[in-house]
Design a protein around this ligand. Sequence first.
Ligand SMILES: [Zn+2]
Length: 565
Amino acid sequence: MKKNTWLLMILFGLGICSAFGQHRTTDDIFGERNEVYFSFHLDDLSLIPMLSRIISLDDLDPASGKVYAYANREAWEEFLDHGTGYEILTPPSMLTRDIRMVDKVDLRNLNDWDFYPTYDGYVDMMNQYAADYPDICEVFSIGGTYHERDILVAKISDNAGVREAEPQFFYTSSMHGDETAGYVLMLRLIDHLLSNYGEDPRITHMVDNIEIWINPLANPDGAYASGNSNIYGATRYNAQGVDLNRNFPDPEDGPHPDGNAWQIETRAFMDVAEENQFAMSCNIHGGAEVANYPWDTWWFPTADEDWWIYVCREYADTAQLYSPPGYFSGFNNGITNGYAWYTISGGRQDYMTYFHQGREFTLEISNTKLVPASQLPDLWEYNYRSFLNYMEQVLYGVTGTVTDKDSQDPLRAEVFVLDHEEDSSWVYSGSEHGNYYRLLYEGSYDIRFSSPGYIPEIVENVMVTNRDATDLNIALTHQFSGMEEMQGTDFNIYPNPVSGNYFLVTCRDEIIDVYVMDITGKEIFHQSGIHEHRAFVETSGWINGPYVVLIYTPGGIYSGKLEII
Ligand SMILES: [Zn+2]
């Protein structure tokens, strides 16, 4: 929470504040809402990682030690056991009445975008886009929620129904249901891309060459916690009182860093991450104005810190250029490494970046969480160029296809930048088209292409220029080894080699058992009765070196090599 939110609270919230005052029992607090928003003082900031596992830290001011947080009932009771003084605050989604809900949106005569749609209005808008632009837009649900709302995606690309040799890009917003600005801005971005296709050359080029996924509302149960007709009173959490952006598998803290089962919404995003190969993505939030890039969980930088600073700087600089002074200037003038702000575990940003070779940052788009409807057009004006810039970056870096030299069939290969890669930063070419996207800051790089059963190839001095693509197509020579690995479309290990504490095994078939053996054949790990398409294996304490991973599925046994470094 920032100053202008305080001002809003003073202006609008005084009357409501008493209702959220101090002399309330836990039953009172959780009588109507499944979460509480509060602040407290913390003298010892080293307690943050511990607290972060109990409650949802939302913001903190290191100078004063003031922390803003949310908790569900269970977490609240645990927090009270620690005996810290606190102040219960008015939920951010109840600080403004300037919401303007619209049920029937006339897309053809829509200019102002100064409203929030009702849930039904939102579904209608999405379906209308698919109906109006059938060649370049598909709309589908990636999963239902506890209250049977849909997590909708608009997929925008030429030949939208076909998986082409194009990079996949994913924007999603409002995983915290009370951070609503990105929700409307993403609907408007869909509209902007579709209505400018064929007219604006830059937009046309992007739609023709990128498979763009836009999910305006990742947590509809939270946004419409008060009912389908209003977002007033929206909650951060989903219907089960879980913070979805703490519920993802974490590279440091394992599959369930928050102690909760994967929520229905989390599973939906995990499924699409496994079924697709998003080269870049962005998770839009509110409550601050900053581009927050990986890692959130680790203090050290990613291999691509210079690229992250460059794309996030571009985002912030462009947003600042088209907004009044002061906007999007949080932390280091609009950008921060996640850990430098405050560490979290279980965020989607680190999950996508570590387990899926993606590049995801968390965009905090407005200091105010539930932005008054009348301010939404301004926020669009401040941000839409930055939305496009970030999306366009997926077309740059080193890109091309990897094929088999003899058959010319596409090949799934590891694309590894020598003396550069760290912690799962390398990428893979897709098995269907052999296409790969290694986004890099400008410079000269040596890149190794390798695939099991093929002679690896190293290309030296590959020059990369910012905002430009370096095309590099590679044909690898098959070398029969007698030890063909079965990794590929059906079975994968991420990351490999493993430098963190966990790796992920995915399989198209249901995984029943996972075994890991060292090179002497000694069993190091065994988990049975999994019945999932994925398994996370903790590697803490394993000595560095090669291992063999074996999985049993109803359809057969798969094996692959694994390296711990
Ligand atoms: Zn958030």
